[in-house]
Structure formats: structure tokens, C-alpha cells
Write a new protein. Structure first.
Length: 128
């Protein structure tokens, strides 16, 4: 009985630790999204407007510095090949489920576009 109780208590400690780590990640993500203040939103809107009609996706770091401009047609393959993964992506065209899945896999936090054909609970979607 005593051994079972020790195992039970150890499992509870492990679950609490996992929960705390999960909550920490959620808070970090929320904090990063809050950092996207009005100035950054304005710059994103400007970049989205500039990118309109190009058929490209702009890959940006968290400070809105351009990492790379890529074709929407080769989006998934190119995203997997690049070393520096984007935190923000600006898309000219419709954001499809495949684009969202590729972006999620790359660790993207925000996508800005005019049209979305799918949604995500892991990425903040912005439309201006």
C-alpha cells in the first residue's frame, strides 16, 4: 500500500510539473502576441499592402525583419528547407489549410493575409 501511495504521489508531481510547463508556454505565446502592438500592426498592414499581387509569402522574424520572400506555390517545401524559421508570415492570396499546417510545423505564431480558407487555434490570424 505504501509503495502504491508513493507511486501515486510521484505521478501527481509529474502531472503538476507538465501542467506548469504547458501553462508557461501558453503565457509566453500570449505575451508574444501582446507585444504585437499597434505600431507593429501598422507595419504588418503596410507590408501586406506592398506584398499584394506578388503571389508571394514574406517570412519575418518576431521584429518584422524579412527573412525571405518565397513563392506561395512552393511554400511548404521552401519553409522546411530554410534555417531561420519565421515567427510571422504575410501571405498574398488565400491561406489554405496546407499553408496553415506548414506554418504550424515551422513554429509560426502569426499569419497576416486578406483571405483565409481555414482557421487555426495555434496561430494568430490577422486580416486588415
Amino acid at each position: 500500500m505504501k509503495k502504491n501511495k508513493e507511486i501515486f504521489n510521484l505521478r501527481i508531481k509529474t502531472l503538476k510539473k507538465e501542467r506548469d510547463e504547458y501553462n508557461k508556454k501558453v503565457k509566453e505565446l500570449a505575451s508574444q502576441i501582446k507585444k504585437l502592438n499597434e505600431e507593429k500592426k501598422s507595419k504588418l498592414k503596410e507590408l501586406l499592402k506592398e506584398n499584394h499581387g506578388t503571389g508571394k509569402a514574406l517570412l519575418l522574424d518576431s521584429e518584422l525583419n524579412e527573412i525571405k520572400s518565397i513563392s506561395i506555390k512552393g511554400f511548404g517545401a521552401t519553409l522546411k528547407k530554410i534555417n531561420e524559421k519565421p515567427k510571422i508570415i504575410i501571405v498574398d492570396g488565400v491561406v489554405t489549410k496546407n499553408i496553415l499546417l506548414d506554418a504550424e510545423e515551422a513554429g509560426c505564431q502569426i499569419i497576416a493575409a486578406n483571405n483565409f480558407a481555414a482557421t487555426s487555434d495555434k496561430i494568430k490570424l490577422l486580416s486588415f
